[in-house]
Design a protein around this ligand. Sequence first.
Ligand SMILES: CC(C)(COP(=O)(O)OP(=O)(O)OC[C@H]1O[C@@H](n2cnc3c(N)ncnc32)[C@H](O)[C@@H]1OP(=O)(O)O)[C@@H](O)C(=O)NCCC(=O)NCCS
Length: 283
Amino acid sequence: MNFIIRCLCPDDLVPVDRLRAELGWNDTIADWERLLSLSPEGCFAAEQNGQVVGTCTSVCYGNALAWVGMMMVHPAHRRKGIGSALLRCCVDHLRQRGVRSIKLDATPMGQPLYARIGFVPEWTLARWEYRGSPMAVQPASECIQPLAGKHWPAILALDAQALGVPRGRLLRSLAAASRRALVYERGGSILGFGMLRDGALASCLGPVVAGFQAGERLARCLLSGQGDRPVFWDIPDRNEGASLLARQLGFAFLTPLTRMYLDTNPVPSDPSRIWAIADPAAG
Ligand SMILES: CC(C)(COP(=O)(O)OP(=O)(O)OC[C@H]1O[C@@H](n2cnc3c(N)ncnc32)[C@H](O)[C@@H]1OP(=O)(O)O)[C@@H](O)C(=O)NCCC(=O)NCCS
């Protein structure tokens, strides 16, 4: 074993983003910066001969829940134990912090690695992709309005219902980085929120957290008039309304993912309220 595991630092971001691009992932430097600023001590790099050859990040939502992400190893350095060492280091760090629940969204390639150290499937999801012509602009709906400061208490309550905990710092950072951030309000209550941001390869729809009617309206409004860039949309399979809408709008299934938890699941989530996850690296 001639690699070391150390903390990821801002100087690593240009080379690790090159690795990210080689894998064809959609994250941007801003996404890496967000993860590092949310968790400066919880993001790790594997280094060999002075080169970063792998990464693994984590974000904590209080002490209740942490998310592991950006697990990648350069193709030339795989099957040498680097991925497993990165994951163990991340999990040890989170356990030392006293985090009660650890989750992640696994690619088919990552799933066996996670299963080996005790991660268990919670539910499945799928990445859907849109590559058609720009979608028609939806007529304005009086229920939909831009997300504003006064909406945050309701947004965090909705997020906690869906995810099990509120992700305040993450959501505020994503909202600031999003091209569009909207809420659905009816009868004086906020019934859903959603965002659309730019990724490296495609726009990214998510998070969208809402009940049935609000979720559909938010997704349609966020997508309408978004231009001719492709769009990625990560949908829990159990949210059949969202998958059906994606199909109706012309999205095609791209790849499966599996949401997993380590050992036990004291913070269960409700996929029927999740119309789009925020990001596989953050839940
Ligand atoms: C998933 C990924 C991170 C694994 O990284 P890795 O460094 O190859 O992982 P490891 O070496 O620890 O384990 C991979 C395999 O090598 C085996 N292995 C570990 N050390 C070994 C060694 N010294 N010699 C031979 N095989 C070894 C492991 O047993 C494991 O085998 P298995 O898949 O048959 O069970 C890597 O394949 C990757 O970057 N994939 C693309 C991105 C991706 O999908 N990431 C997951 C996101 S959720």
